[in-house]
Design a protein around this ligand. Structure first.
Ligand SMILES: Nc1ncnc2c1ncn2[C@@H]1O[C@H](COP(=O)(O)OP(=O)(O)OP(=O)(O)O)[C@@H](O)[C@H]1O
Length: 244
């Protein structure tokens, strides 16, 4: 157990490194011929941190410093090259792809930088989607999704599809979707990036309320106001922590 780790940890991340082999963007023919000489990118290097129930942790750092890569590891979307990440007690590298999908569905809410909404579904259906996969009856899903959309100021937009919504509205749909399962962990990449001040404040209040209900929250941001809701902020530079 590291010094930072407590029994209440939702995330335990120990000496985590993530290296991408230098195949990004290469043509298939080049990848098949790859002799391992292509330069690799170490996006995250030897990072340790823990996040407890109800704790908000901010991640700051310049573009390319590894914030999104670290968030993907913490959300069990990816596994480390070295070191361990455990989420709700499970070492993510020990899980099959299917088990990681289940872990995310049940325990993790994710707000991506580019929202990842389904274009053909209404805002309400996008928000309710995790509940479909969890087998919640239709009427209950609809009511819950509508309540959440109301809480992010989108009560009048429930039947709009993503392309009928502004960037900021899509962001709010993504936040509502991440919160609908009342996850143990919420991971958010630039959650206020597209939002005007009032809407950004509203989203941050939702995060603070979720933390008060014991959700652990990790958010990466360049926005000082977003980082201000954090109990602690870690700083990344070239993939490593520089905050001591
Ligand atoms: N799939 C990938 N394959 C290869 N390299 C990658 C991949 N994803 C990220 N990288 C590289 O890893 C490094 C860290 O990227 P990452 O997206 O984690 O940074 P970031 O801090 O989130 O940046 P930003 O603030 O611009 O979103 C960068 O050098 C990036 O080019």
């Amino acid at each position: 157990m590291s010094q930072e780790t407590t029994a209440e940890s939702v995330i335990r991340c120990e000496h985590v490194t993530r290296t991408y082999r230098g195949t990004g963007g290469a043509r298939l023919v080049d990848r098949l011929r790859d002799d391992g000489e292509r330069p690799a990118t170490t996006a995250v290097e030897d990072v340790s941190l823990s996040v407890s129930r109800g704790e908000v942790v901010g991640i700051e750092g310049p573009s390319g410093s590894g914030k999104s890569t670290l968030l993907h590891l913490l959300a069990a979307l990816d596994v480390p090259t070295h070191g361990t990440v455990s989420v709700c007690g499970a070492d993510t590298a020990d899980l099959s792809r299917r088990e990681r999908t289940r872990l995310r569905l049940e325990d993790v809410g994710i707000v991506f930088q580019r929202f990842h909404l389904f274009p053909s579904l209404s805002a309400r259906a996008n928000v309710a989607l995790p509940l479909v996969e969890l087998g919640v009856p239709k009427r209950e899903r609809r009511e819950h999704a509508e309540r959440l959309l109301d809480s992010v100021g989108l009560a009048s937009r429930t039947t709009h599809t993503p392309r009928q919504l502004s960037g900021g509205e899509q962001q709010r749909v993504a936040v509502a979707r991440a919160l609908i399962t009342e996850p143990s962990l919420l991971v958010a990449d630039e959650p206020t990036g597209e939002l005007d001040t009032a809407t950004g404040d509203r989203i941050l209040s939702l995060f603070t309320e979720a933390a008060a209900r014991d959700t652990a929250i990790v958010l990466a941001s360049h926005d000082r106001k977003a980082l201000d809701i954090a109990d602690k902020v870690i700083t990344l530079r070239d993939g490593g922590r520089t905050d001591g």
